[in-house]
Design a protein around this ligand. Sequence first.
Ligand code: ADP
Ligand code: MG
Ligand code: ZN
Length: 610
Amino acid sequence: MKTIDELEQEIANVEKQLGEVDAELTKWKSRQRELHMKRDLIIKCIDKIKSDALSQKDWSGISYDWYEEVKKKLKDVFKIKSFRPRQLSVINCTLSGEDALVVMPTGAGKSLCFQLPALVKPGLTVVISPLVSLMEDQVRSLTEKNIPAMLISSGSKDANIALNALKDTNAPIKLLYVTPERLAKSKRFMANLQKCYEQGRLQRIAIDEVHCCSQWGHDFRPDYKHLGILRKTFPNVPILGLTATATSHVLTDVQKILNISGCLLIKSTFNRPNLFYQILEKPSSKDECLNILESLLKHRYKNESGIIYTYSIKDSQDITEGLRKRGLKVGCYHAEMEADMKSKMHTKWHEGYYQAIVATLAFGMGIDKPNVRFVIHHTISKTMENYYQESGRAGRDGLRAECVMLYRMQDIFKISSMVMPSIENKDQLYGMIKYCISGNRCRRQLLAEYFDENWGDTDCDEMCDICCNSQTPAQELDLELHCKTLASIFSNANKQDVKLTAQKLLDAWFLKGSVPLRHKGLEPRISRSLAEDVIAYLLTEGYLEEDYHYTAYTTIVYIKAGPNMYLINDPDFKLKMCIRRYCTFDTRKRAPADDESEPSPKKSKIFVVD
Ligand code: ADP
Ligand code: MG
Ligand code: ZN
């Protein structure tokens, strides 16, 4: 019989071995992750080589057989004088029978890229589109131009006629719009489409808003996943995917799902020179937030139209109510509203009765209002991609418009508790945070990097808060000591067996709250809001890590030491961060947008720097 001491010794021994196994497992897991990443990178490389080879060809040329016909249709049918950038390339490419993915910002004119080719060759083009309202708009506008077009949706009364047109060799139809659900679920539709193909009448398949295939995109639709069968079922029919989503991650994913990896990629620039980007400090109280919104709407954006994006349905309702109490005309919009209420809100905003629509992300695709002068984010977006799309609804008319985001550290945890725990989601959110806490890098530059584009250093032209304030040199903050202080707080917390929220961590750092958690040093000589930026920065750099705790009602986000924290033990450890300048908006009315053609002298100081 072993003694208790001996048994305890044995436990310690087993635990030591368990620790070693854990360490090994972590090592192997990280090796596995590396290999996965390596494989994906190689696949990406192969696709890029294929797609680069295709792009060597001069697609924009006018020597193609169909050029005269294309030009004539553009003038006579569409009443358009000339092509916009890349439109002719796309048309030539798809008429040559190649698969292609077209990436152009919203409003650039993607529809023409499949509508016009449809008229040049015999047969019909099937267009897959995620929203019935988008399809209705297009069919209406095509019908006005005497182009035979129809749509099939669950509600459409002509569905039968359209279905028959698919297999009727004499049907005059040129464009047939369907939702992805049709392809995924309707046997009758697929059977008729097959007939159409066998008769040699299926000219082209266009997939609009093609990013909906990918979970990494911002409007993932499960039914888009089934579209991969198209390439296999109709091997000779060119596929043309179109989207305004430009991240390489999404584009690779889309090609994979559609089975068109390595296809030609036609991409135009995403820079929106007329948009001004700005981050504002978000106050902690709801009332103070409302004050900011009120003063922006009453002064800076007086008589102008815009959107206020909120994080939750509750926020959209509260803010609408708060602003209405302050005498502003605003409408509320979210996913749980009845369809007719939604369309009522939309119309009242469109017609200018509401100055702003206070909306959740449900308010998005299909908004077609050219004179949106401001898009305010009351809470940060989940990803840079989302931010680009949402803020991009401003200034479609090409005149100056402003994209303002209210940022505070606490909102990180609001979003992360909702979107985590996948690594991709985390990276995407952290990209957004880096954008918000940037102290010296142009916001437009950060957007460009995100889209793998180079817009050049001068491209911003003082159209972001950072470039506007570039006269004051950015200051750096040494983080070595702060990191060590934070590490000592974690060790205190470990001893106490407590978990730290960001607030508790800040308290202990500033020698407040629970005494045993506090560190032994002096109170840090930085402001609490700078300390919040430090925490956000250390999260994005892996020195800190979020730690989720799930309860039945909510997710609590704690902070713990991250995988890079061990670096602080290195005697040469150095870490600096650029301090963000706190800008507040001048809420006075700006000069009207149409004065922009006059180059304003250095666009004057429109911010007051604290
Ligand atoms: P997207 O799908 O890229 O968001 P649309 O296809 O809806 O954009 O086109 C936006 C607007 O631009 C439409 O009103 C369309 O008629 C117009 N448009 C498209 N191409 C041209 C062009 N070459 N010249 C002038 N207007 C164009
Ligand atoms: Mg479109
Ligand atoms: Zn800039």
